[in-house]
Ligand binder design. Structure first.
Ligand code: DLL
Length: 431
């Protein structure tokens, strides 16, 4: 089902016209109301969308520098909701919404949910955190707009999740992929069967996840898994989402205009080239952002999709530009390691990368857990068991072929890698 036929199937030319009008209006709005934008953009005007590439970027640091309310384009009293990112380094980044901004968020979330196959009346178990994080409330509001039955469980407390999942038998679950796997694993440990929950749909996002994790989730729960993307600075979840074809994520590009730039030089890249996603908000009033550097690495396509939607689509996120590891002069994203590891059936979808920068040349150790079938075959876990030792060599070999890096690979005992209740931490830095 297409939630908003007019907006989602708009012809290319009409879409571009609308985007141009909305960029121009956003520029006027931001320049007139926010000193930061006025100082940088002055009397700038743009005659066509391509002119956007001449404007300076906004970085996450700019948001921190104007913490908390320095980038507001409306009086504080007109802001009806505030969210914020977790802010691992220093102050959090703040996102502010007018009532109209929240309406747009509900609209784009409703599009993403229905594109994935969610329907009015479906019971949705929300296992994203509620609070300053946008996951819980973003899914919540969008799902209510669709007319779903919302169960706002939030993250944490796995026992409560098990109980509600078993008793309510939801149609759909929304969670980070890593927390969903954790829920399945702990349920099985308590004698439950994830497949018997009867879930039809998994709505996952908030962290990079490869098709290997998708397969693991689909097999474990017997559901179909869909990717939903977003970031709090722009709105939260709902910036983009997969439709049933799962050939990229449809960007709500009548509200958020995407570009791809070279992560190092900032030069604009044509569609089809991999680079950093840059977003310009087209309808936000409380905190418009022009050419915001998301840090997320992906590719854009503007080819119409088989589903009938005509928006630009982005490939699944490969990782954040600041997550890229440079080890012995080789660049590698954690997702590339994940893809290789999960191609091996005997390994479990639990891994982490330990980077040791204590030595002159950084060292990378990949730690991964064996799958339950292998452990059963070996009669328990022992790193020296011939099957486990052989698997270790094979996995290290495949990683070398895929990344060009000879990594130290350790198969660790089951349940050694910390499980996450929100976004998984894949990289541990030791200095
Ligand atoms: O993670 C919003 C969200 C919540 C999206 C629930 C989807 C589902 P932030 O905490 O601001 O917002 O983190 C945003 O998370 O820049 C990406 O690096 C990453 N991210 C979000 N969704 C995906 C995804 C929420 N589907 C940052 N795939 C973004 C890969 C994702 N990475």
């Amino acid at each position: 089902m297409i939630w908003n036929v007019e907006a989602e199937t708009m012809a290319g030319r009409a879409r571009e016209r609308l985007q141009l009008e909305r960029v121009q209006e956003t520029l006027r709005w931001a320049v007139a109301r926010v000193p930061f934008h006025r100082e940088r953009l002055g009397a700038v005007t743009i005659g066509e969308l391509a002119d956007l590439a001449r404007l300076p970027f906004v970085h996450k640091a700019d948001l921190r520098d104007h913490y908390p309310f320095g980038l507001l384009a409306v009086p504080r009293g007109e802001v009806v909701r505030i969210h914020a990112s977790s802010g691992t380094r220093g102050k959090p980044t703040v996102a502010a919404y007018t009532a109209g901004d929240l309406d747009v968020w509900r609209e784009v979330m409703a599009r993403a949910l229905t594109a994935a196959g969610a329907r009015r009346g479906d019971l949705l178990h929300i296992a994203f955190g509620y609070g300053l994080f946008t996951g819980g409330l973003g899914f919540h509001d969008g799902a209510e707009r669709v007319g779903m039955t919302v169960v706002p469980v939030s993250s944490g407390n796995t026992t409560r999740h098990h109980l509600l999942l078993q008793d309510f038998q939801p149609d759909a679950i929304a969670a980070t992929p890593s927390f969903a796997l954790h829920l399945a694993e702990t349920l099985a440990e308590h004698g439950g069967k994830p497949r018997e929950l009867g879930l039809r749909l998994g709505l996952f996002g908030a962290e990079p996840w490869t098709d290997g994790i998708r397969t693991a989730l689909e097999r474990t729960f017997g559901l179909r898994a869909f990717d939903i993307y977003g970031l709090s600075e722009i709105v939260g979840p709902g910036v983009a989402g997969e439709c049933e074809t799962r050939e990229g994520l449809h960007i709500a590009d009548d509200h958020f205009l995407p570009e791809i730039v070279d992560p190092v030089s900032g030069a604009s890249l044509p569609s089809g080239r991999e680079g950093e996603l840059v977003l310009t908000t087209l309808t936000k009033r409380a905190m418009p952002l022009i050419r915001y550097r998301t840090g997320d690495i992906t590719t854009l396509t503007v080819e119409p999709c088989r589903c009938g939607r005509t928006s630009a689509r982005m490939a699944r996120i490969k990782g954040r530009s600041d997550d890229m590891l440079v080890v012995k002069g080789v660049n590698v994203y954690p997702s590339e390691v994940e893809r290789t590891l999960l191609a091996l059936d005997e390994l479990a979808p639990h891994y982490q990368l330990v980077v040791d920068r204590g030595t002159t040349l950084a060292r990378l150790e990949v730690q991964v857990e064996p799958g339950p079938a292998l452990i059963a075959r070996c009669g328990g876990f022992s790193p020296d068991h011939p099957e486990i030792a052989a698997l270790r060599r094979r996995a290290a070999d495949q990683l070398r072929q895929a990344t060009g890096l000879s990594v130290e690979l350790t198969i660790v005992a089951p349940r050694t890698i910390p499980r996450s209740e929100g976004k998984a931490v894949r990289v541990i830095e030791r200095r």
